[in-house]
Design a protein around this ligand. Structure first.
Ligand SMILES: [Zn+2]
Length: 401
C-alpha cells in the first residue's frame, strides 16, 4: 500500500495551485484565495510568503475597497520578472514572444514566412535570433522559466518531434530539439500542435473560459482542431488526436495534402475557397481570404457561391464533431474565423440538419477571442506548465537570481 502524500508534497502542490490562480486570474486578494482554494488563512499566508520569497508574486495593499476594516492583501504575479519564451510557426508567419507570468506579452518579434520547402536551419536560426534580441533587453534580475512552440503540424507527444506538417512541407523534424540547441539557454523547448494549443489558450484565457467541453478549429491554409473534453485536452495515444482537418466529409472529393480525398481541410481550406471564388493563384494567405469575404458582402456572386460551398462542408464537419463530442462551444480561429463569419448561415443550417437535437440545443458557435495570438498564447501556457505544477523545483533548476 502506498503512503499518502507527505506534508512537503502537499505544500508544493498548493504552491502550484496558488500560483496558477494568480497567473490565470490576475491580482487576487488573500481572502479570495482562501475561499477558492478551501484552505485556512494562515496556510494561504505561508504559501504566499514562500512564493514572494521566490520572487514569483508580490503582495500589495489593494486600491480603495470602500469597506471598513483591515483590507486583505492582493497577490499579484511578478510579470516583469518571471517569463517564458513562446514561439508560433504558421504557414505564412513566424512569431517569437517573451510572455510574463500572468500572460502579459512583454516583447515580441514576428516575420512573414515565405511558402516553399521547409528549412529547419533557417527557421530555428531566425527564431533564436528573435529570442536573443529580446533577451538582450531584459533586466539582470529576470528569469526565464520555460520555452515552448506552437507548430502547424502533428507533434509526437513523447519528444516533440514534428511528425507531419504537410502545409509547411515538414516531415519527421526534430524542431524543438534544434531550437533548444540554438537558443543555448539550457532549457528544453516543448512543442505542441498549433490548434491544440489554440484550444488550450481559448479554454484558459479566451472565449472558452469556464467551458469544460470545447472544440477549437484553426484555419491556416489547412484546418487543425483542438478538442477539450471534461476540461482536459484530448491528445490521443501518441499525441496526434484531434486532427479533425483530415476527417473525410466528402468521399471521393478533392485531393488533400495528406494523400486522402475529401478531408474537411481539402473541402474548406484556403486553396478551395480561392479557386471556387475564381481568384488568381498568386494572391494567397489571410488577406486573400478576407478579400473573398469582403467581395461576398459587396454582392460578388462567385465569392458568395464559394462561401456557401465551403460553409456546407464546414457545417457538415462541425455537425459530425458535435454529435461525437457534444461540446458546449465551437470556436473558429485563424483563417477559419473569416470563413465562418462569411458563411455562418450555411454552417448553422448544416448543423441544424446534421447534428442531433440533444447535442445542438445548447451549442454556441463563436470566433476566437484571442484572435491571431491564440496559438502563441497556447505556446506560452505550455511553457508555463512546469513552473505552475512545481514552482520551487523549476526555479531551482533554472538557477533563478
Ligand atoms: Zn487530409
Amino acid at each position: 500500500m502506498r503512503a499518502g502524500p507527505s506534508q512537503e508534497e502537499i505544500r508544493r502542490h498548493n504552491l502550484g495551485v496558488l500560483l496558477r490562480h494568480v497567473h490565470l486570474g490576475g491580482p487576487t486578494s488573500r481572502a479570495e484565495l482562501t475561499s477558492r482554494m478551501g484552505l485556512n488563512r494562515s496556510t494561504i499566508m505561508a504559501l504566499t510568503a514562500d512564493l514572494t520569497a521566490a520572487g514569483l508574486v508580490r503582495e500589495e495593499l489593494p486600491k480603495e475597497t470602500g469597506r471598513a476594516g483591515r483590507p486583505s492583501l492582493v497577490v499579484r504575479p511578478e510579470s516583469a520578472r518571471v517569463y517564458v519564451l513562446a514561439f508560433d510557426v504558421g504557414v505564412d508567419r513566424v512569431v517569437a514572444a517573451r510572455v510574463g507570468l500572468g500572460g502579459v506579452i512583454l516583447d515580441r518579434r514576428e516575420a512573414p514566412r515565405a511558402r516553399g520547402p521547409f528549412d529547419l536551419e533557417a527557421l530555428t536560426t531566425q527564431l533564436a535570433g528573435f529570442a536573443r534580441q529580446m533577451l538582450r533587453k531584459t533586466r539582470p534580475d529576470t528569469v526565464c522559466v520555460g520555452a515552448a512552440a506552437a507548430f502547424a503540424g502533428g507533434v509526437r507527444a513523447a519528444d516533440g518531434l514534428v511528425k507531419f506538417g504537410p502545409n509547411l512541407g515538414a516531415t519527421d523534424v526534430p524542431f524543438g530539439e534544434e531550437l533548444a540547441r540554438r537558443l543555448g539557454l539550457g532549457l528544453p523547448v516543448s512543442v505542441g500542435n498549433d490548434a491544440n494549443l489554440g484550444a488550450l489558450a481559448e479554454h484558459t484565457r479566451g472565449i472558452g473560459v469556464g467551458c469544460r467541453d470545447l472544440i477549437y478549429l484553426h484555419g491556416d491554409v489547412g484546418i487543425g482542431g483542438g478538442v477539450i473534453v471534461g476540461g482536459q485536452l484530448l491528445s490521443g495515444h501518441s499525441g496526434y488526436g484531434g486532427e479533425v482537418g483530415h476527417m473525410v466529409v466528402n468521399p471521393g472529393g478533392r485531393l488533400c495534402g495528406c494523400g486522402s480525398r475529401g478531408c474537411l481541410e481539402a473541402e474548406v481550406g484556403e486553396r478551395t475557397v480561392l479557386e471556387a471564388a475564381g481568384r488568381v493563384e498568386d494572391h494567397v494567405g489571410r488577406d486573400a481570404i478576407r478579400d473573398v469575404v469582403d467581395a461576398a458582402d459587396r454582392g460578388d456572386i462567385m465569392a458568395q457561391g464559394a462561401l456557401m460551398r465551403v460553409g456546407d462542408w464546414l457545417g457538415i464537419g462541425v455537425a459530425n464533431l458535435v454529435n461525437i463530442f457534444n461540446p458546449e462551444i465551437v470556436i473558429f480561429g485563424g483563417m477559419l474565423r473569416d470563413i465562418y463569419l462569411g458563411s455562418a448561415a450555411q454552417v448553422r443550417s448544416r448543423i441544424a440538419t446534421g447534428a442531433l437535437a440533444g447535442t445542438r440545443e445548447r451549442l454556441r458557435l463563436r470566433t476566437s477571442a484571442l484572435g491571431d495570438d491564440a496559438t502563441l498564447t497556447g505556446a506560452a501556457e505550455l511553457a508555463f506548465s512546469q513552473v505552475l505544477s512545481d514552482p520551487l523545483e523549476v526555479l531551482a533548476r533554472v538557477g533563478a537570481p
